[in-house]
Design a protein around this ligand. Structure first.
Ligand code: HPA
Ligand code: ZN
Length: 351
């Protein structure tokens, strides 16, 4: 038996295409808004189930409307789309549909954002959102083997008081939440506006992340690390405009959850070939690849890896580094991280 095994191990491996290598590589997704994974087909199905009339006649008409010049353009349509989510079953179906796409892309772990205020402000109970998402996460782990964590995002275009109210609603659910984040309209709503509610969240044992440097200036990234003391930066692209800041992010090993197709769709970069991902890796930044709002930006996790690899010339080693960074930057325990990273290394060694 031993001789047979060693023969098998010595046999040359059939070359597999680059895309298949990346698909099979275990990967975590750390920046994905679950409401942003609502595909037009599901949006229509849920609208029908809930007796809601959409301002679009067809799936094609919805897709045609996904032509954005900036973050706000996108947010307006994204909040409108989320209006079809009413029941626990809707949130569960939404989450499961995402995890199925993630599993097909070789994703094995996800830390997903949700925006409770988008739902509570239109009369949906906080508990409905939580029960639905958690049911989807549980089923994904059982049926797909994909693990996940939840990150509650405060909408930064709303007030600090509203964020504190949301944190109060989250208190019975603390054991089910990994952390809190800041999303929505960045410019004009710096991290400092939410420093107190983010500190209160940390005091409750939650991790803290913030979108910073997506459209906002390097000063917002400075605030996120120095004032808010975030555990990760979501996006962080504009940090590269400030050399001292870049050096600090490298020195502290702060994970950046970069979203290349999102940056392209929201016109943060004019084309993918000038996307800074390769530069980030070469500078030693702990960059990761993520899909942000995949139903709106034209690609899930694998497509973000492949499109960017083709456009900026990521090497096989770069891809392996990105996958390792995705687990190292996750909120899994240190033991789990080490295990997952060993899995990435074993896969890379075997292919
Ligand atoms: N940026 C900020 N807020 C968001 C995003 C984004 O890409 N997606 C959903 N909320
Ligand atoms: Zn985002």
């Amino acid at each position: 038996m031993a001789a047979h095994n060693s023969l098998m191990n010595d046999a040359p491996l059939a070359p597999i295409a680059f895309a298949e290598f990346v698909r099979g590589l275990p990967k975590a997704e750390l920046h994905m808004h679950i409401e942003g994974s609502l595909e037009p087909e599901l949006m229509f199905a849920l609208a029908k189930r809930n007796g809601i009339t959409l301002p679009f006649a067809s799936v094609e008409e919805i897709r045609a409307a996904y032509d954005f010049s900036n973050l706000q353009d996108f947010l307006d349509i994204y909040y409108q789309g989320a209006g079809v989510l009413i029941t626990e079953a809707d949130f569960k179906d939404l989450a499961l549909a995402y995890f199925q796409r993630l599993a097909a892309d070789g994703g094995t772990h996800a830390e997903i954002f949700f925006d409770p205020q988008t739902h509570t402000d239109r009369g949906i109970a906080f508990d409905t959102v939580m029960n639905g998402l958690l049911a989807g996460m549980d089923e994904a782990e059982k049926t797909l083997g994909v693990t996940s964590k939840l990150i509650l995002c405060f909408l930064r275009h709303l007030s600090e008081d509203a964020a504190f109210e949301t944190l109060e609603q989250a208190k019975p659910w603390l054991a089910k939440l990994a952390g809190v984040g800041l999303d929505s309209s960045e410019v004009g709503h710096p991290p400092a506006k939410f420093a107190r509610v983010l500190q209160a969240s940390r005091d409750l044992g939650l991790k803290v992340v913030a979108h910073a440097g997506e459209e906002g200036p390097p000063a917002y990234v400075w605030e996120a690390i120095d004032l808010v003391k975030v555990d990760r930066i979501d996006h962080g692209n504009r940090a590269l405009e400030d050399e001292t800041l870049t050096a600090r992010l490298v020195k502290d090993g702060i994970t950046l959850t970069v979203c290349p197709l999102s940056n392209l769709k929201l016109c943060g970069v004019p084309s993918l070939d000038v996307h800074p991902l390769k530069r980030m890796l070469d500078l030693g930044l702990k960059a990761t690849v993520n899909s942000d709002d995949p139903a709106y930006f034209g690609g899930y996790l694998l497509e973000n890896y492949l499109a960017t690899a083709g456009a900026v010339g990521l090497t096989r080693d770069d891809i392996v580094t990105l996958a390792k960074n995705s687990f190292a930057g996750s909120f899994l325990s240190e033991g789990e991280k080490a295990e997952r990273i060993a899995g990435v290394e074993a896969y890379a060694a075997a292919h």
